[in-house]
Design a protein around this ligand. Structure first.
Ligand code: GLN
Length: 483
């Protein structure tokens, strides 16, 4: 059974009160966050106030809403009214939003208990959470490894049992990659399924919000609550229907596509874990269908061109005038903006703004931005055709397991290359998840990626759930709360 159901059953059985549970998480955070650096801000008062309300309900035996009373966390790029939201950037330190992200509004009404805000790469740009101005989050399976990124804090908190689940954002893999590194499950929904209102924008045509949790069942429970149409986000559609009722849908005859390009250059241990997963699926009655998806070779350059272009435009708003950091000494407004941005943004963010403005500049627009947009169309079409041959796809989440600290080193392109398996679905707007499928010889978790057709979250969540039941590879770490 998933952690969300377990907690709710224990609350209803009176095994502990919501206040006791919340205090246990807050105490564990105090004890273990110094090691994991998953949280950048705890919100004990809000958490205990929410818990008290849940206890009130329990005392009169009122039924709980889905997710009610379950302690959780939010990535620090989701706006929380009255609670500082920094995107782990110096430029937003001290910024306290005056409104909630829609997802947090929904969860708050649902009686969610927010334990705190979690660490991330600065403005969600990175794959290790080390570009955070608070320093990186560490991997609960091995403190000499990163938790991944950019939602590294959420994955470290969930893998370290410092939250039952969390919400992250995924522009090019930021939910799936840290979930894979930390041995938990993470879902990036279809573009438009979850409202992005109140998510600080990185690359608006690629960003999606989604859950990270110990199991697919938990991810389905969270997804079902947050995937609502929202008039505040013009790209919002909501889900076609809930995924949870479909978790047990049989896999007999389901065609699982294996696009060979995803497997190029993948480490042998990752490859053999995926081959084992294929055998499990065969034993569950699914059919494995290998094919080629040649457009995938364009995905990485297309992603880095489009993401940087959109980031350059989105981050234009941090000018030291409207909110956030402003430099102390300056000579006129131009100098103020220039100094504010140079001092407030970290190196990686500055690099992406420069790259983005370069590909958008008049002399290079046709050669880079326009060409990337054209190739995006080809990738979308390639996936569309591939879904004529299969119902879901199976691929590695990352070609390797969690990097050692400071792997990013001097050459950022080395790190960009590791996003090769996660960026394609963001380009095509498709849903995808990562779930643990084994570990390497150092005991580090390996993740497998399941990709679905648009708005078919139910098919990939069912496939992940049934794999987890048949061959579950989730391993509890020594940290945090044990229920
Ligand atoms: N690692 C990718 C990047 O740096 C993806 C980040 C994300 O999904 N936010 O852009």
């Amino acid at each position: 059974m998933g952690i969300i159901k377990t907690i709710q059953q224990k609350l209803m059985a009176g095994e502990f009160s919501c206040t006791e549970l919340t205090r246990a998480y807050l105490d564990a955070m105090e004890r273990d966050n110094g090691s994991l650096n998953a949280y950048v801000r705890a919100t004990p008062e809000d958490a205990l106030a929410a818990a008290a309300q849940v206890d009130q309900k329990l005392s009169v035996k009122e039924a709980l809403l889905p997710l009610e009373g379950v302690p959780m966390t939010l990535k620090d790029n989701l706006c929380t009214k009255g609670i500082e939201t920094t995107c782990c950037s110096n430029i937003l330190k001290g910024y306290v939003p005056i409104y909630n992200a829609t997802v947090w509004d929904i969860l708050q009404k649902q009686g969610a208990v927010l334990l705190g805000k979690t660490n991330m790469d600065e403005f969600a740009m990175g794959s290790s959470s080390e570009t955070s101005c608070f320093g990186g989050s560490l991997n609960p399976h091995d403190l000499s490894r990163v938790a991944g990124g950019s939602s590294g804090g959420v994955a470290s908190a969930v893998g370290g049992n410092l939250a039952a689940y969390g919400l992250g954002s995924d522009t090019g893999g930021s939910i799936r990659q840290p979930a894979s590194f930390c041995g938990v499950t993470g879902l990036k929904p279809t573009y438009g399924a979850v409202s992005r209102f109140g998510l600080v924008a990185y690359a608006s045509s690629l960003d999606q919000i989604g859950p990270i949790a110990p199991s697919a069942e938990d991810c389905a429970a969270v997804y079902d609550v947050i995937s609502q149409y929202d008039p505040m986000d013009s790209t919002s559609k909501g889900a076609l229907g809930p995924a949870s009722p479909h978790l047990e849908d049989g896999l007999r005859g389901v065609r699982i596509g294996v696009p060979e390009e995803y497997y190029d250059g993948v480490r042998p241990e990752v490859l053999s874990a995926l081959e084992n997963a294929m055998a499990v699926y065969r034993s569950l009655g699914a059919e494995i269908v290998p094919f080629s998806l040649p457009e995938l070779k364009y995905a990485l350059p297309v992603y880095y061109i489009l993401a940087c272009a959109e980031a350059a435009s989105n981050l234009g708003r941090y000018d030291g005038i409207r909110y956030g950091y402003r430099t102390e000494h300056y000579n006129g407004v131009h100098d103020m903006v220039c100094r504010t941005r140079s001092e407030g943004f970290g190196k990686e963010v500055q690099r992406r703004i420069l790259l983005g403005n370069y590909v958008l500049s008049s002399g290079y627009y046709d050669a880079y931005y326009k060409k990337a947009q054209g190739l995006r169309g080809a990738i979308v079409k390639g996936f569309h055709q591939a879904f004529g041959k299969c119902d879901i796809m199976l691929a590695p989440t990352v070609p390797m397991t969690a990097f050692p600290l400071n792997f990013t080193g001097a050459d950022p392109v080395e790190t960009y290359l590791t996003d090769i398996c996660t960026v394609p679905v963001n380009i095509a707007g498709l849903p995808a998840l990562s779930t643990p499928c084994g570990c390497d010889q150092d005991g580090l978790p390996i993740g497998m990626q399941l990709i679905g057709n648009t708005f078919c979250e139910n098919t990939i969540l069912a496939a992940a759930h049934q794999y987890e039941k048949a061959a579950g590879q989730y391993r509890r770490t020594k940290w945090g709360v044990s229920l």
